[in-house]
Design a protein around this ligand. Structure first.
Ligand SMILES: NC(=O)c1ccc[n+]([C@@H]2O[C@H](COP(=O)([O-])OP(=O)(O)OC[C@H]3O[C@@H](n4cnc5c(N)ncnc54)[C@H](O)[C@@H]3O)[C@@H](O)[C@H]2O)c1
Length: 441
């Protein structure tokens, strides 16, 4: 491969993290970030903090920590702020979310209580199940964009940040297909000024970030930057964007297990996935519009992993169903059930049952940290627009229009690590391995 020398600007100064939506995921992320900084826990679940990367041949035994070899921002340089429709500080919001215990929250209470959400850009048409008082007023999306810009400028000046990343951890908005207003930057900007109904609040945040050269990450399944106008703006401004929908819980399991079944040429008749979820996210997803965004995101993974067109005998007739049941007694302690009907040699049928008692926000928090650090890295390495190498973290990875997304977790990890090797000028690893055997000498 033709290798270009890539210059990565060093991560000097503070990194500002701007978070629309300060509910369960955000407060779990913030409490963990500060606890890790105070030496209370290792950064469990975070590839940037705990992951090693092999460099060179296997017999060289070079396996440094990723963070020791790739110039990532240091955790001590991160400063955070955000927006929410509820004015509660992040300690109150974390207690409400109920993910972490009082024993875990109390040592970082001072830090969390000091973070107060700014007024949100919000409209109930896009998240029907929620309403709150901490909301910006203004007659158009454009007015609200200017207010967001003002919030960001004030935060940047007060904290003397040298660069920023915005990461959406707000609720899932209703399902939308790209329409005329999403096709060009001009149409989109006109739509902001005329208050076009096809523009959702998340798009106003994303536009503001990209316009101000701030990378934008979409942790929810809704459309947001996955449209020509904002992708083009990101390219023009040289800004990384990535999404959509954090890959945690059930889909994480699906993208580990489906590649394994396919690797051994085992057929699948059906995959029924259901979830019991009792937190605010579950309540929002009880609205059919928001659920549709989630369903499309969750359903897409199996098709691309299993390739039924190539393997019709094994996968052409799968019944794939996904259900999310809002069940308040469970709170954030989600329960996911998967029943997989498979078949093997001579068509004999078998079943796999998975009962994953997971905590979504515990799985999402390290994903938020890694995405922030990698998006900042991509910006400093001069990688604009879609970051397909971050597919590892998403249920519906954004890709170039010409390619299908890779959903297989292990292909995604290889892609991510090879991208890191590529940008730091190391050899890519193919896992071929014949160099150790001299077969053809
Ligand atoms: N928890 C996970 O593992 C996981 C996985 C994948 C995706 N997600 C997505 O991440 C998002 C956050 O999940 P959560 O569990 O923290 O939900 P949550 O309901 O606890 O928090 C979302 C917060 O966003 C706020 N909000 C809604 N619209 C907003 C707006 N326009 N501006 C500012 N704030 C707004 C809500 O008031 C709420 O406090 C959801 O969209 C969810 O689907 C979560």
């Amino acid at each position: 491969m033709d290798r270009k020398k890539i210059t990565i600007a060093q991560p000097k100064g503070k990194l500002g993290v701007l978070i629309p939506g300060m509910g369960a995921v955000t407060t779990t992320f913030l409490a963990g970030l500060e606890s890790i900084r105070r030496g209370l826990y290792p950064a469990y679940g975070s590839l940037t903090q705990m992951g090693h990367i092999r460099l060179g041949r296997r017999d060289e035994n070079r396996q440094p920590l990723i963070k020791d070899i790739v110039p990532l921002a240091s955790l001590s340089d991160i400063v955070c702020t955000g927006w929410d429709i509820f004015p509660d500080d992040c300690y109150e919001a974390a207690k409400h979310a109920g993910v972490l215990t009082p024993e875990q929250l109390d040592p970082v209470k001072d830090f969390l209580a000091d973070i107060h959400p700014m007024k949100a850009v919000f409209d109930r048409r896009y998240v029907k199940k929620l309403d709150g008082p901490n909301v910006k007023t203004g007659s158009t999306w454009w007015d609200k964009h200017l207010q967001l810009q003002d919030d960001i400028e004030k935060f940047a000046a007060a904290n003397k940040v040298s660069r920023m990343v915005m990461i959406w951890c707000g609720s899932t908005e209703v399902y939308m297909e790209p329409s005329a207003v999403h096709q060009t930057i001009e149409a989109f900007e006109a739509g902001l000024k005329s208050n076009d109904e096809h523009i959702a609040p998340s798009m106003v945040y994303a536009y503001t970030a990209i316009k101000n050269s701030i990378p934008y990450i979409n942790g929810s399944p809704h459309l947001c930057t996955d449209m020509p106008a904002l992708t083009e703006l990101a390219r023009e401004k040289g800004v990384p964007i990535a999404g959509k929908d954090y890959k945690t819980g059930q889909t994480l399991m699906k993208t580990m297990i489906a590649p394994g079944l396919k690797a051994r040429m085992l057929g699948i008749d059906g995959w029924f996935s259901t979830n019991l979820l009792g937190n605010r996210d579950g309540e929002v997803l009880a609205d059919p519009g928001s659920f549709k965004s989630k369903e499309v995101s969750k359903l897409s993974v199996l098709d691309t992993i299993l390739q039924p067109d190539l393997y019709p005998d094994l996968y052409a007739n799968i019944h794939h169903m996904v259900r999310i049941n809002y069940y308040p007694p469970r709170g954030d302690d989600k329960e996911g059930w998967d029943n997989i009907d498979i078949f093997g040699w001579m068509g004999r049928k078998m079943q796999i049952k998975i009962n994953f008692l997971c905590r979504d926000s515990i799985l999402a928090a390290p994903v938020v940290l890694d995405l922030v650090l990698f998006a900042d890295l991509a910006a400093r390495a001069g990688m604009p627009a879609i970051q397909e190498w971050l597919s590892f973290y998403f249920k519906s990875p954004m890709t170039a229009a010409s390619v299908y997304p890779e959903h297989d977790l292990f292909i995604q990890l290889t892609k991510l690590k090879n991208t890191l090797r590529y940008i730091i000028g190391e050899e890519l690893i193919t896992h071929l391995g014949i160099e150790y055997y001299n077969y053809f000498d």
